[in-house]
Ligand binder design. Structure first.
Ligand code: UDX
Length: 436
């Protein structure tokens, strides 16, 4: 099929490359010329495992190309919109300016019979509004909302083999035809039995935000238990193991720690709350405000623990910060708990040296005041406290004896509860986890 993808960020670049990998002819479009130049050379502008390989092979085969020229969409019949919907500068709501701009520019170049497929996460009601606008600006073009559930770090795998497909379609023949076209686009996944849920626009939009709200709730639930564990001497990791054995609860997404971050969960729950308030139903999901607060309190708790471990005097103290990305296998530092804690420690006067296998450059852009070390060894050398905030395998597998030889004082705050406390204590470390 002939496909265009508007927006080549974490979502769109992966989607474009994955569609080409599946055999489609794809053009990726973005307003950022530097990003397009890199992608055209077959190089991803961000770190995502598996992406360099499929990008390079699809670009080399000619099935995938990139351009800043929106008129290139005229060569395609199915157009995916994968632009960002960040949090507004002045509140919780999603900023839809990139979505609106993408639809306005697409409308001038599409033809009757084409399909526009929204992938961006939008407030419920957006697709219906855009469909009305399209009916005037581009008659005969059908809009589908097809939310994306990919996890960064597993984005290629999740795009090629999603665990479910959701199509939000209009009523009647147009909707049926649109679902058939999308079945062709995702022919591999459909043939291998991936569940396909065909729904109306509002349901499709809500599936995405409610899935993220549920995941955020699960994480904040266990972090709330961590707060209680901290004042009772209980161990939240054992608690999570025990309740996780109940199949109705499940162990996944019950890892207590510094909490969730990234380009999706935090801003999506805020945008969902803002939209519910607009709809007069703020009370239905008022609990999400509490979920957000629990999550943000974990960042403060880490700062507090570092201060406590240093005997209340943080000024000038050398802190080795292990991790900057919001999660491992990513260079994404959008709303990263690790980066925020690092910044707050520097503001409090600490001498922070941060390291991360992939996220140093992305962090430097946002927080040039931080000191960075590419080598883990150099980051640890002379540290008076070690703070682990992103559970990269190389940090989790760190040998406490070897690390002990590098630091000035054997103190560690494990912000992801991913080290073995017994092992670290046996090696002479003062170990502190979150909620254990
Ligand atoms: C998320 C959703 O998983 C994905 O389906 C959606 O499309 C986009 O948002 P992603 O942002 O890539 O994906 O990250 P995810 O793996 O969900 O992790 C989110 C955050 O929660 C990370 O900061 C992670 O460290 C944290 N987390 C996750 C925990 O603190 N504890 C857990 O048990 C699990």
């Amino acid at each position: 099929m002939r496909i265009s993808v508007i927006g080549c960020g974490y979502l769109g670049a992966v989607h474009a490359a994955a569609m080409a990998e599946l055999g489609h002819e794809v053009v990726g479009i973005d307003v950022d010329a530097a990003k397009i130049a890199m992608l055209s050379a077959g190089r991803p502008p961000f770190f995502e495992p598996g992406l360099p390989e499929i990008l390079a092979s699809s670009v080399a085969s000619g099935r995938l190309r990139f351009t800043t020229d929106i008129s290139a969409v005229a060569d395609a019949d199915v157009h995916f919109v994968a632009v960002g919907t960040p949090q507004s500068a002045d509140g919780d709501a999603a900023d839809l300016r990139f979505v609106d701009a993408a639809f306005r520019s697409l409308a001038d170049h599409v033809k009757a019979g084409d399909l526009i497929v929204g992938k961006s996460t939008v407030p419920v009601g957006t697709a219906a509004r855009l469909a009305e606008e399209l009916a005037v600006a581009a008659p005969g073009v059908t809009l589908v909302w097809n939310p994306e559930f990919l996890r960064e770090g597993f984005a290629v795998q999740d795009t090629i083999g999603p665990d479910r497909l959701v199509y939000g379609v209009p009523d009647g023949d147009a909707g049926e035809r649109a679902a058939r076209i999308l079945d062709h686009v995702y022919a591999n996944a459909v043939a291998s039995g991936t569940p396909v849920i065909v729904a109306d626009y509002a349901t499709a939009e809500l599936v995405k935000v409610s899935a993220n709200a549920f995941l955020a709730t699960k994480i904040s639930f266990i972090n709330a238990m961590a707060e209680i564990a901290e004042v009772t001497g209980a161990d939240v990791t054992k608690l999570a193991d025990a309740i996780g054995h109940d199949a109705r609860i499940g162990r996944r997404f019950l890892n207590a720690g510094v909490g969730f971050g990234g380009g999706c969960l935090p801003k999506d729950i805020r945008a969902f709350s803002a939209r519910a308030r607009e709809l007069g139903k703020g009370e239905a999901i008022a609990f999400l405000d509490e979920i957000d607060k629990i999550n943000l309190r974990r960042r403060s708790r880490v700062v507090e623990l570092v201060e406590q471990q240093l005997g209340g005097d943080i000024v000038g103290k050398r802190v080795a910060m292990l991790g900057l990305a919001f999660k491992p296998h990513s260079d994404d530092v959008r709303d990263s708990p690790a980066l925020e804690v690092a910044i707050r420690l520097v503001e409090a006067g600490a001498d922070v040296v941060a390291t991360d296998p992939q996220a140093i450059e992305s962090s430097r852009l946002r927080a040039p005041q931080l000191k960075f070390e590419h080598s883990l060894e150099s980051a640890l050398r002379g540290a008076e406290i070690v703070v682990l905030l992103t559970e990269w395998p190389e940090f989790v597998s760190l040998d406490p004896d070897e690390a002990g030889d590098l630091v000035a004082s054997k103190r560690v705050v494990d912000g992801r509860n991913s080290l073995d406390p017994a092992r670290w204590r046996a090696a002479g470390w003062q170990y502190t986890g979150l909620g254990r």
